[in-house]
Design a protein around this ligand. Structure first.
Ligand code: G3I
Length: 361
């Protein structure tokens, strides 16, 4: 391995990490040919998707259109995962940039790539308070007007992707931390039943897509996940088409691991719902070091095991797979290193921990 002469804590840490990585690669047989180690037979190592499939689960990654010109990136994206989520390209600002004028180009690019790679798509997202087009946010709407706008958007998008996507995050991030409804243009104007309406319209437009509500900070049992539990129970009782709850799982080492994750997944399962970890990353205060990366690896393994332990936890998606394209550094300055592959697309301890949790070593 080529070693530069740069000094300082950061580069020393890098050297230690590089050494640990090299050792790990040898341990899993990458240098000597991983096929024999992975027991796959045909000269190919077991991917995270292969391993997850043995448990009847998927292992996915988010991606975004600008990254698709990076061929080393797309090679791994196409081979390691069996579920893909467009990180931005299916959001309202991208798909209906002018009222009634639809643009499917970004979503289509990702759906077509996924199809070429025999991957399914978790589509994201039909209704969200963020990344809305200006024409929608820049004016006041009556309830009647906004209801028609919302219905038209959902019908247009869900119909366009009918039969092409596995699931939809129909409503994203509908609750506050204390479990009250988030004050969005949809809630303010239409009241809480905009959620039931959105689910019904999405179901009419694409009867076979699994329909999810999706949010962050609902991994543990607590006020926000309780709100989803109560809402899901109510929607089920009313016959509203809801298939699953997506737990984004944007974790941060400095805030602790959600130790009640498995119990939480299980209570939704008992309600007759699928669950999925939909946007997983584990950020840390930079610089990364061996200890933080080891804790991060443990958290990825623990999340994976929690999902495997609950029958209706159907799969795990990381919010992109490499630190090269993570959203974290731009949103949380001084934090990062959140994903299982580093900025050079080399697997980190988290990758090996997931692999092991899936029974791959
Ligand atoms: O498209 C513009 C581009 O024209 C401009 O040059 C560039 C300069 O900043 O910005 C581009 O827009 C960015 C957009 O991503 C597309 O790349 C926005 O600034 C940026 O804020 C936006 O961030 C996205 C974020 O959602 C917005 O909240 C992230 O990529 C995306 O990963 C993230 O995803 C969300 C999920 O949808 C919901 N859960 C949380 C998750 C993380 O925030």
């Amino acid at each position: 391995m080529h070693v530069t002469t740069r000094t300082g804590t950061r580069s020393r840490t890098r050297l230690r990490l590089a050494g640990a990585l090299a050792a790990a690669l040898v341990a899993v047989g990458v240098a000597a040919g991983p096929a024999a180690q992975a027991g796959e037979g045909h000269g190919k190592p077991a991917t995270l998707a292969d391993l997850a499939e043995r448990h009847g689960r998927y292992f996915g990654s988010a991606t975004d259109n600008p990254e698709l010109t990076d061929s080393a990136y797309t090679a791994l994206l196409g081979s390691e995962f069996d579920m893909i989520t467009p990180g931005n390209g299916m959001k309202w600002y991208a798909t209906e940039p002018r009222q009634g004028v639809f643009d499917w180009s970004q979503g289509d690019e990702i759906v077509n790539l996924a199809r070429k790679n025999h991957q399914r798509v978790r589509a994201h997202t039909l209704v969200w308070h963020s990344q809305l087009p200006g024409w929608l946010t820049d004016r006041e709407w009556t309830a009647g007007e906004l209801r028609a706008v919302l219905k038209k958007h959902i019908f247009a998008e869900a119909r366009h992707y009918r039969g092409k996507v596995y699931s939809w995050d129909v409503v994203n991030e509908a609750f506050n931390e204390d479990g009250t409804y988030r004050d969005t243009v949809f809630y303010r104007t239409l009241g809480p039943d905009y959620i039931a309406d959105a689910l019904r319209w999405a179901h009419q437009a694409d009867p076979h897509a699994k329909l999810y509500l999706n949010d962050y900070n609902i991994e543990a049992v607590g006020p926000k996940s309780d709100a989803y539990f109560a809402l899901a129970k109510d929607l089920k009782a009313r016959g509203v088409p809801l298939d699953g709850i997506g737990l984004q799982a944007h974790l941060a080492l400095q805030y602790g691991y959600p130790t009640t994750l498995e119990d939480n997944l299980r209570r939704f399962s008992r309600l007759g719902l699928d669950t999925a970890l939909t946007e997983v990353d584990v950020r840390m205060l930079l610089p990364a070091d061996e200890a933080k990366l080891a804790t991060q690896a443990q958290w990825y393994a623990d999340m994976t095991k929690a999902c495997l332990a609950v029958r209706r936890c159907v799969g795990i998606t990381v919010w992109d797979y490499t630190d090269k394209y993570s959203w974290i550094p731009a949103f949380f300055p001084g934090q990062g290193a959140a994903l299982p592959w580093d900025e050079q697309l080399a697997p980190k301890p988290a990758y090996f921990a997931i692999q092991e949790a899936l029974g791959g070593r």
